[in-house]
Design a protein around this ligand. Structure first.
Ligand SMILES: C[S@@+](CC[C@H](N)C(=O)[O-])C[C@H]1O[C@@H](n2cnc3c(N)ncnc32)[C@H](O)[C@@H]1O
Length: 518
C-alpha cells in the first residue's frame, strides 16, 4: 500500500532540552521502569559550551562503565560519493548474482532477499513513485545512497519527532542524492522535502555500523539518536561497539568526572591535526579547538610531522599555530619556516602517493613501509602509522600470511609494529579504545606464536601473553568487530588456565589451517 503522508516534514528545530530528554528516555525504554525500580543514567543532555546540545556526566563514571545502549531509528547503505554495489538486504558484495528489482531498481542478490520483509517495505515505498525512465535505467548506486532516508518514511510520528529534533546540515552539499533521485522518479514534493531533511540529518549525525571481524560486506550507517547528541573531541572519552542486531553500546574508555562532557570522536584516531580538522570542517562544518588540536606535537606523537625542507637537516616540520588554518610550519631542529601553501603541496602529493598503493598486496605494503615511505615522511607521520596498521591487520590473517606460516622476521615485525602503535595511542591518552583492543589482540597473537614455536621462551613470555589477551578481551567482548577466537585464546592462553603449557597451543594451529574462515 502506498504511503503519501510524511508526518512532520520539517522540524521547528527548536526542541527544548526537556522535550529532547523525554524523547530520549522513551527511545531507550527507560520510562518502562517502575517507580520502585527507578533506572538512572549517569549522564544527562545539556547545553554544551561548544554550542548546541551535548551529553554531560552527572556523576563520576569509571572506565568500562556502559553509558547507554542505543538502537537505530533507521539504517541502510552508507551514503558516500563512491558507493559499493551490494545487496540492499543481506549486504553481500562482490556477488555475480546481483540484479535490480524490476519494480524499484534496488540491488538484490537472491530470490530469498527479494522475498524478504525488508525488501518488501523498501520496494513498496519506491515503486509508488512513477518512474521517469525505464526502471532498468535507474542508477542503483544513487538509489542505494538514498535508501536510508527513504526508510525513514516508515517511522511513526514519535520516531519522526525524535529524528527531526536532531541537528541537520541544511547546506547545498547535503541531500544531493534526493535531488538526483528526482531525475528518475516523480516524487511528491512533501515526500521530497522530508527525504531531503532526513538526508541532511543523516549527514550530521549518522554512525558507520561496524562489520563482523574480517568480513567484507556493504558498509552501513545508522541514525542512533542518543549517540548523535555526543559532541566530538579528538581524544574521545567513550568508545562504541555494535552487536549483530546493530545495537550500539557506548562505554567510557577512561574515568569521566561528574560535570565533564561526554565525547565521541568523528574522525580517525590516528589522523594528524590538519587531516582531522579538514575532515570535520568539510563534513560537520566546525573547526575543532580541543587540546590535542591546539598542541603542535599532538602530545608528542608528531602524527602530522613532515620532513624538513632543508637538505642538511634531519628534523621535522610542525604547524606553528595549529588552530589557524593557514599557519606557517617550522622545523623543530633548525627553525626553518615554511609557508602554508608549500605544506599543502607536499600533503597533496602524499595523498596521491598513498592513493596509488595496493593495500591488498601484503608484500608490496610491507616493502613500501620498510623501504620507501620513510624516505618522504618522518616515521611518526600518520601515513606511516596508517600503513603500519594496515599491515598489522593483514599479518596473521591474510592467505599465505597466517601466524604459523610467517617467517621469524615477519613475526617480529608484527610484534614491533603493534608495540609502536600502542605507544602512540597511549601518548594520545586514548584509554581503552577499540583500536587498543585490536592491537593488544594482535600483539598477543604474535607473542603466542613465538612461544608456540620456541617452548623454552614460554615462561619468559607468559605474563605478557596472558595480560594482552585479558586486556583485549576486556575491551572487545560483545563487539561484533572482535576476532572470533578471542574467547578461545583467553580460555587457553589467559590467566588462570591450568592446561599444561605444551597443550595450550593446540587450538592455534587448527584455527590457522588454510581454509579456516575466521
Ligand atoms: C552529531 S551533532 C552533535 C550534537 C549537536 N551538538 C546538537 O546540538 O544536536 C554534530 C554537530 O555538533 C557540533 N559539534 C560537535 N562537536 C563539536 C565541537 N567539538 N566543537 C564545535 N561544534 C561541535 C557541530 O555543529 C556538529 O556538526
Amino acid at each position: 500500500q502506498c504511503s503519501t503522508g510524511t508526518g512532520r516534514v520539517a522540524s521547528d528545530r527548536m526542541t527544548s532540552i526537556e522535550q529532547l530528554s523525554q524523547m530520549v528516555t522513551r527511545h531507550l525504554g527507560l520510562d518502562a521502569f517502575s517507580d520502585e525500580l527507578q533506572y538512572t543514567t549517569k549522564w544527562t543532555i545539556f547545553e554544551s559550551p561548544l554550542g548546541g546540545r551535548g551529553l554531560v556526566a552527572t556523576e563520576d563514571i569509571k572506565t568500562g562503565d556502559v553509558l547507554f545502549v542505543d538502537h537505530p531509528l533507521v539504517y541502510g547503505p552508507r551514503c558516500r560519493a563512491i558507493v559499493q554495489r551490494g545487496c540492499t538486504v543481506c549486504r553481500k558484495i562482490h556477488s555475480d548474482t546481483l540484479f535490480k528489482c524490476s519494480r524499484c531498481a534496488l540491488l538484490l542478490c537472491s530470490e530469498q532477499c527479494q522475498n524478504s520483509d525488508v525488501h518488501f517495505s523498501d520496494c513498496s515505498i519506491i515503486s509508488c513513485w512513477p518512474n521517469k525512465v525505464p526502471i532498468e535505467d535507474v542508477d542503483d548506486a544513487l538509489l542505494s545512497r538514498a535508501l536510508t532516508s527513504i526508510r525513514a518514511m516508515l517511522l511513526n510520528e514519535e520516531q519522526r519527532n525524535l529524528l527531526t529534533s536532531l541537528q541537520a546540515h541544511v547546506l547545498p552539499q547535503h541531500g544531493s542524492e534526493i535531488r538526483k533521485l528526482k531525475e528518475y522518479f516523480d516524487i511528491p514534493i512533501q515526500v521530497e522535502q522530508f527525504l531531503t531533511l532526513v538526508a541532511c540529518i543523516l549527514d550530521a549525525n549518522a554512525f558507520q555500523i561496524g562489520t563482523l571481524y574480517g568480513k567484507k560486506e556493504l558498509s552501513l550507517h545508522g541514525l542512533y539518536p542518543v549517540s548523535a547528541i555526543m559532541n566530538h573531541n579528538c581524544v574521545s572519552n567513550t568508545r562504541y561497539s555494535f552487536n549483530t542486531d546493530s545495537q550500539m553500546t557506548v562505554k567510557a574508555v577512561k574515568p569521566i568526572q561528574a560535570g565533564s562532557e561526554i565525547f565521541t570522536c568523528y574522525t580517525g584516531m590516528l589522523w594528524g591535526t590538519p587531516s582531522r580538522r579538514l575532515h570535520l570542517y568539510s563534513t560537520k562544518h566546525f573547526l575543532c579547538t580541543c587540546d590535542r588540536c591546539a598542541d603542535p606535537t599532538e602530545r608528542g606523537t608528531l602524527l602530522a610531522a613532515l620532513k624538513c625542507f632543508s637538505s642538511e637537516c634531519l628534523g621535522s616540520l610542525l604547524p606553528l599555530q595549529p588552530l589557524k588554518t593557514n599557519t606557517a610550519w617550522k622545523c623543530l631542529d633548525c627553525g626553518l619556516r615554511v609557508p602554508h601553501n608549500n605544506i599543502c603541496t607536499i600533503q597533496g602529493a602524499l595523498g596521491s602517493l598513498v592513493g596509488s598503493l595496493d593495500f591488498d598486496n601484503v608484500l608490496a605494503l610491507e616493502n613500501y613501509l620498510l623501504n620507501r615511505i620513510t624516505k618522504y615522511v618522518p616515521k611518526t607521520n600518520q601515513v606511516v602509522v596508517d600503513l603500519q596498521c594496515r599491515l598489522i591487520w593483514e599479518i596473521g590473517e591474510a592467505e599465505g600470511f597466517r601466524w604459523h606460516e610467517l617467517a621469524a622476521p615477519r613475526l617480529a615485525l608484527a610484534e614491533r609494529l603493534c608495540r609502536g602503535t600502542l605507544r602512540t595511542l597511549a601518548a594520545l591518552g586514548a584509554g581503552e579504545a577499540l583500536l587498543r583492543g585490536l592491537l593488544l589482540y594482535h600483539l598477543h597473537a604474535a607473542l603466542a606464536e613465538r612461544a608456540r614455536r620456541e617452548p623454552h621462551l614460554y615462561e619468559e613470555l607468559k605474563s605478557e601473553i596472558e595480560n594482552t589477551i585479558e586486556q583485549a578481551h576486556n575491551i572487545l567482548q560483545g563487539d561484533q568487530a572482535a576476532p572470533p577466537d578471542l574467547d578461545l585464546r583467553r580460555q587457553y592462553l589467559g590467566a588462570g588456565c591450568d592446561t599444561p603449557h605444551e597443550e595450550r597451543f593446540f587450538f592455534l594451529h587448527a584455527n590457522d589451517a588454510p581454509g579456516h574462515s575466521k
